[in-house]
Design a protein around this ligand. Sequence first.
Ligand code: F6P
Length: 440
Amino acid sequence: MLMGIIMVTSRGPYSYDRGRNGFVRRDNVGGVATGLKNVLEKNGGDWICWGDGSLDSQYLNEDNGKYRIHRIILDQKEKKGYYDDYSNSTLWPLFHYFREKIYHDSRAYHYYRQVNRKFSEHIMRVSKPDDIVWIHDYQLSLVPGFLRDQGFRNRLIFTWHIPWVSSGFYSILPERNDIVKSISRADSITFHTETYGKNFRDSYYRVIGKEKELERKIHSIPLGINYRFFSESSHRMKKKPFHQEKVIFSIDRLDYTKGLVQRVNSIETLMKRFPELKEKFVFLMLVTPSRSGVRDYDDLKDELEMNIGRINGMYGNIHWTPIIYMYRKITSAQLSNYYRWADIALITPLIDGLNLVAEEYVSSSENGILIISEFAGISRYLNGAILTNPNSGDDVAEKIKQAMEMKKDEIELRLRTMKEFARRHDGTWWMKKVLETVKK
Ligand code: F6P
């Protein structure tokens, strides 16, 4: 058991809500929460997070037998200012290059600071002098600074899970100095790709100035999945309920960075450009609810569903619906079936920090092909994947056609290479590598 590690994230592994029998335990679907859950279940430790469930205040400190959770409760104003507004309407679009979606309000920043300070005070209370404190992601960028200001001397790791934009784009942010300065006070700062790490360094140099020590602290170490779970999934595979030759599959949170509308439109391009492929495939598109209440997310749902309806109405017939769309959370047993049914996973975010779904798919699949956006961090690592530019419907359509026609030997070779990467760079490898950066 790995002792003395305190994980700190905005979203926790699960929350409690009111349900039929008093309460329900709701698992979190986000990439970071899922990744860390796997690692802590294996190694133990403490996890400080926001208790966002309606009954979480009854579970402030919970020992679930594998690790301990310490929940921080936020009031409505804090939730709105910290989470909806500053984290998800300022930082999220900024760090994904969505200039026109950046909303800025100094009151929101006030709450973001207040909540980050709350997290830092909680860390001070929970931690012992030798503990390593490991803070995650853009929602908590000011925590290292607050901790150091309060004289906190423990080893600190900060992991940034989303892209870090170019220094010019970063400098748009009114609070640009506070954020890079705070992060730089951690002992180790990790990103998922080298480009993000370099962009962070350049942003710091541009807004603060050169700093000799900084370069040494920056590392590029991609988060991994629980390879064993996905490759040896014990769930029995159900029979494919489709008769079409190929099943194309995708699963994403509902988010404008994921390129969902562009993706369904590229299915339309596929049918226009290659009409002979009609009825030879079915596209199973799963979207999980996310950040509802934030305007851009609600609007996106309408736009996506309108396009799916239009395409199905135009190209479908009594025997065939090109896009089977589901908007809900699913169980891991269902997901495991979908991964195994899928001949092609079509993962085409416009930009994505890493994308763990791609790794889950290649680990689960026995004969699948991965088409991945060249703007997803993971595309740098998965050599057997077919790369595509999600901004070009033609390119995506051509890559789908290439995948549909690929021969068995080539599919196997590509899949083997990708499985090998996922196996060697799993969540446990990631944790070990990151912890090595702060070894005494
Ligand atoms: O790194 C991005 C992240 O924080 C991940 O945890 C996950 O991909 C997603 O955002 C979850 O967002 P939220 O906590 O807002 O549902």
